[in-house]
Design a binder for this molecule. Sequence first.
Ligand SMILES: C[S@@+](CC[C@H](N)C(=O)[O-])C[C@H]1O[C@@H](n2cnc3c(N)ncnc32)[C@H](O)[C@@H]1O
Length: 253
Amino acid sequence: MKRNLKLLIDRKGRRFLINVIPGGKSHFHHGTILHDEILAGKTHIVSSKGAKFVVMEPSLEDYVLKMPRRAQIVYPKESSRIVSLLDLKDGDRVLEAGSGSGSLTLFLGRAVAPSGLVVSYDVRPEHQAQAIKNVEGWKEEIPVEWRIGKVEEVPEKSFYDAIVLDLPTPWVVIPYIKDALKPSGRIVLYLPNIPQITRAVSSLAENDFVNITTMEILVRNWEIDGERGIAHPEMRMVSHTAFLVYAIYLPST
Ligand SMILES: C[S@@+](CC[C@H](N)C(=O)[O-])C[C@H]1O[C@@H](n2cnc3c(N)ncnc32)[C@H](O)[C@@H]1O
């Protein structure tokens, strides 16, 4: 169900995602916010205890970082890179596994909308149910076909422009899914550990993938305050999330 999501940002830069409904209230430790003030179009509101908030439309990144999770998500820093590596655009067809919490599905689906499609598999119905809730809770129409089962069972041949695997043993899966890709189609694997990478890269090479490239996406925010003479990396950061392995499918026949 589509919701009327808004992002509230307080003076310390803390961000709160709320679903705004007529007559609704949100309670924070710095007071209560009346939703009707937001529905009246105010962009700056004050809580019952005098705290000030800016009201904004949440970005997809804001939403994904706040939405409920059943499985560990792909972070936006990787999702955006994956969209670029796979060169996704309106009309493309993408095969994804697993659906997990739907974080990556949202970025893939937005990239191929409105006329493309993401086909998203998961072996665990409870994970996919969370992914469906999260995708349907986002304000944009995301074109997804949900399938329960092993991605190895995908029936289509030479159908997908791209494949993304975020599951623990892609080397088991690759021989079964490669023919679902069009020749010259692209694949990205999302893998947290180096032992997984070595097995996955060997499997890609044995299965007609070329241009195999392994990378890590590092984002380091800096705290800058000229008046106080501060210029250093932020103390707290998400450092390692996972590696990305990219490759192109070039079957010899
Ligand atoms: C880490 S989660 C995926 C998170 C997702 N990418 C996101 O951003 O929210 C991994 C998922 O892969 C599923 N999975 C594992 N092996 C699978 C397979 N062979 N086929 C389909 N899904 C699989 C698991 O059930 C789990 O939900």
